[in-house]
Structures are given as C-alpha cells and as structure tokens.
Design a protein around this ligand. Structure first.
Ligand code: GLU
Length: 539
C-alpha cells in the first residue's frame, strides 16, 4: 500500500488536476495586463473597505487592459448570511464596480467556492499521492493536549514538526484508520524551515523578510471543503490572477501562501496588501468598524443620499493623495483616466474623514447637470423622503430650481447629499417658505421700519421682472443710493461715516425677506424663478 492507494481511498471519484489544468487554460492577455480580483466572504453587510479594495482592483486591471473578477469565498458555511452574495454583487453594480467575470459570467468559474469542491479535492489528492499532504486524525482533545505540552515546554504552539502527531504515520495505518471509519482532515506536510527566511516583495509594503512556514496547516476540512489558504492558491492559480490585492491582515500568511504555490507547482502571483481604512477616535486611530461606525457599511451612503460618484471619488482620494490635484486640473475627466499608482498607497491605513468626504461630494455634485441632480435626488427621495419627492414632482419647476448657479464657471457647491436637499431648496416652494421660521437673521440692518422701507421702495419703484441681471443689480445700487447706502462696498469701506451701510446690506435685506435665508445662491436667478406674483405675496 502506498500514497496512491491512500489518495484513491480518500478521493476516489475526483476529476483530477490534469482535467482542470486543461479546462482553465492560461489567459491570453497583452504583456503587462493585470488580472486581479475581489474575494469577499458573504458573512455580513458590505463594508466600505470592500468597495475600496474593488475600486483599486478595478482600476489596476482596467488601466492595463486586464481582468477584474469577483470570487465569492463561501467555504465557511456556518458564518454565511442570507442574501450575502446578492448584496455584494449588487453593491458592486451600484458603485460602477461591476466585475468582468463573476458568478454567471466568465470562463474561469465557478466563481463560488462552494461549487469548486471537486477542484480542491483533485489538488489535495495530488498532494496526497506525492506525500505532500496527509490525513490527520487528531481529536479536539488531542490538539488541546499538544498545545498544553508545548506551553509547558515553552515551545511555539501549533501543529508542526515533531508535534505533528500524524505527519509521519505509515500509510497502511492511515488506510486502516480510514477504513475503520475514523474521522480526519487533510493537512499539508510543510517542507518549511523557520530558521530560514523567505523574501517577500510586497507591491505596497515593500520588502519584508519572514520566516518560512512550518505549520502543517489544514487544507481540507472535515466537511470536504478547503480552508481559505488552500482555496486561495488553487483559485488564483486556475483563474490566472497576477496580482492579489487584499487586506493586510493576510500579510503574515504570505510565507504559507508562497509555500502552497510552491508545493502545488504553481507560479505565485504578486501581492499588494492594503492597510485598512482608519478612523480618528479620541485622539487615536482605529480601524473603521462595522459595529461602531455606521459609515463603515455601504448602505449608509445610500440612505444618506451620497451619490456613488462622490463615494468613489473620495475613495480614490484616500488611495492616492495626488488624485485631488489631478481632479482639480481635470474636472471633466472620468476617474478611470487618472493614472493610479498602487505603489503610492500608504503603508499604514488611510484616515477616513466624513467632513472631507462631504466636501468631495459637494465638488462632485457641483459638476452634475440639473437633470442629473434631479434624477438622482428624485430616485433617492422616492425611497427615503416623501416630502422631498412631492416637492420634486413638478419636474419642470424643479429643474429650474436645481439649475440655479449650475453649468457655469463657478457652479454652486452647497449640496453634499440628497438628504440635505430639502432644506437647501425649501424656500423655493411657497408652502415651505411660509412654514419656515420668522426668526431669520437680517444681519446688519435690523430695524424693522428700515427693512419695510427698503422692501417697499424696491418693489414700488425699482423691481421689474423683465430686467436682465445687470439692470437688476444696477437698480439695487440705485435703491441703495436713494436710501443713503453706498453703491459699492469699497466706497463704504473708504468712508464709513458717509453712509448708513452698503449695497450688500441692502441685498441681504431683500434676500432674507424673499427667502428667509441670509445665504442663498444667486438672488437674481431665484427671483426670476419665483416670479413677480409669488414674490409679492411673500412681502
Ligand atoms: N475571503 C478573504 C477575505 O474576505 C479574501 C482575502 C483575499 O482577497 O484573498 O478576507
């Protein structure tokens, strides 16, 4: 009896590695094309860090004409949540991060690990045949005993070397135990020597030397499914991954992973380990946490009405800090034209800053047309804010409102998210205007009679709804002069004792009277849209 018999006994019916090597041929890509992937486990809500990783993978592959695929790692079936897979794929679609290949499309599938059992077992069988893997019959108690012995002998814990109880069990005995019905798992027979170092050159983290792995890790669990490590090596080999972009919690596993690639006879991919997104907390820094931070989950942005484009732009910002300058210089280009450099990513975690994100979003939204703002805000409102949806029902009027100071050289930048929009535009709607607070700030001119006088004179003598902007503004200057205010701000500043105030104070009075806000976009445009009849009602 030899290793072959053992392998046949354990995996009698698998298709075998030759079969799989043949049906997944090498990808035919141009030189330099990167194949990368996002490989989430469907174990919870989609995390912003997942989008971040996908964005980076998508960017790296698209700018080299490579392939971005998504593989679902569902081998830990106890931890799986309902609809986990659908939600991941939906989130990626929602954020324009649709993979080139995933469940349902692509020639290197299945892209769901639980459907790849025969593949993993075929490779495990090969390792068994070659004596590079073995069945391990350790019970939980035995494992605990090994650990206790290691601790009392002050030795490294784990399943390795002389401690690996079944590593050198003769094949006959193993076969006998299996035929007797003993339960087992399959372990790697690690060839590593921890006194030797492997040299790892990480695309992001740089050169790191780590001791070789000597742990006989589990490769196939008792349910017949592989562990993450084993599946990673096989899948990324068969799927032709050239660059593994993943969270840096996996960095310590690199020696093991390189060993697996070596033992299996595969060429190893390159690795880029991304530091997690961090958050400032009490003066310190910590990982953005799904449990503590609502903004960690992708659903938050949807609920708040932060457009996907803003989220992507912000993520690109934290991935490559020079993106901000590039964006300034190329306001109209697609983010995908930005020459992203993965090597420029920070070795330690980028700080997530909501204020900055909203700032980026204001900037992003300022580049939208009124039509785009309308469409996105209306879709959002129908789901999250009935009142806003009602306001937006009159599309023609809403487009005028949303078009104020838009599409020009210096577009308005006051909208960061759709959940702010109702407040921002409410004075453009008469019922909302009437219900708004009477206690608004007139700022400089506070005397009631003076305010009445300004407003009355303006509407009796100067206002004409057909005026163009220049005439409109000149009339406000005329009004200022008539009432003892300077026509220009600088005139007033030069001789403050000569005037009651300046033209700006007069416009503020009109602005506040007509909108009950001391700050609005262009008052001329606002008045044009509201129109004479409704303006007169407001005074
Ligand atoms: N399923 C692993 C995770 O979610 C994937 C890591 C990898 O990208 O290889 O962390």
């Amino acid at each position: 009896m030899d290793n072959k018999d053992l392998a046949n006994l354990i995996f009698p019916n698998v298709k075998g590695v030759e079969y799989y090597e043949k049906i997944y041929p090498q990808r035919n890509l141009n030189e330099g094309a990167i194949v990368s992937r996002y490989a989430p486990s469907p174990t919870g809500v989609v995390h912003i860090g997942g989008l971040y990783q996908s964005l980076i993978s998508k960017k790296m592959t698209s700018q080299t004409n490579g392939v971005f695929f998504v593989r679902i790692e569902d081998t830990d079936q106890k931890r799986e949540i309902e609809n986990g897979v659908e939600e991941i794929l939906k989130a990626l679609d929602d954020y324009d991060l649709t993979p080139d290949e995933t469940i349902g499309k692509g020639n290197y599938g299945p892209y769901l690990q639980s459907q790849r059992k025969d593949i993993y077992q075929s490779y495990a069988k090969k390792l068994l045949e070659e004596g590079k893997a073995y069945p391990c019959f350790c019970s939980q108690e035995e494992l605990e005993k090994i650990r206790a012995d290691q601790e009392s002998a002050k030795e490294r814990t784990g399943y390795y070397g002389k401690w690996a109880k079944y590593r050198n069990m003769p094949v006959d005995m193993a076969i006998k135990k299996i035929t007797d019905g003993d339960s087992y798992i399959i372990r790697l027979k690690s060839p590593g020597n921890p006194d030797k170092k492997i040299k790892h050159r990480d695309v992001i983290k740089g050169n790191i030397d780590m001791p070789e792995n000597d742990q006989d890790i589990v490769i196939i669990k008792s349910d017949g499914l592989p562990t993450y490590h084993f599946a990673h090596a096989i899948d990324d080999h068969l799927m032709g991954t050239t660059l593994v972009i993943r969270g840096d919690e996996w960095l310590p596993s690199v020696p093991l992973h390189l060993q697996l690639f070596y033992v299996l006879g595969f060429k190893a991919p390159k690795y880029a380990h991304i530091a997690p997104i961090m958050k400032e907390d009490n003066g310190g820094k910590r990982k953005l946490s799904k449990r503590k931070d609502p903004e960690a989950s992708v659903g938050y942005y949807k609920e708040e009405g932060i457009p996907k484009k803003s989220v992507n732009e912000y993520l690109m910002n934290i991935a490559n800090s020079n993106f901000e300058l590039w964006r300034k210089q190329n306001p109209d280009k697609s983010m995908y034209e930005f020459p992203f450099d993965i090597k420029k990513m920070g070795v330690s975690g980028a700080l997530f800053d909501m204020v900055k994100m909203l700032d980026v979003s204001k900037n992003t939204i300022s580049g939208f047309s009124a039509e785009e703002v309308y469409d996105l805000a209306y879709i959002w409102a129908k789901e999250y804010d009935e009142e806003l949806a009602e306001m937006l029902e009159d599309k023609e009027y809403s487009l005028k409102v949303l078009g104020i100071e838009r599409g020009n050289k210096k577009p308005r930048k006051d909208i960061a998210k759709w959940s702010d929009l109702k407040y921002i535009i409410s004075y453009m709607y008469d019922d909302k205007f009437e219900n708004s607070s009477e206690e608004y700030d007139y700022q400089k001119i506070t005397d009631k009679d003076e305010i009445e006088k300004i407003v009355k004179l303006y509407f009796e003598k100067y206002y004409d709804e057909n005026d163009d902007k220049e005439t409109w503004f000149n009339k406000i200057k005329d009004l200022s002069e008539e009432l003892g205010y300077s026509r220009e701000v600088k005139e007033y500043k030069a001789n403050p004792e000569k005037f009651k105030g300046h033209v700006g104070d007069i416009s503020t009075v009109l602005r506040v009277k007509l909108t009950r806000r001391s700050q609005t976009p262009d008052l001329y445009e606002i008045m044009k849209i509201i129109g004479k009849e409704r303006l007169l009602k407001r005074i």
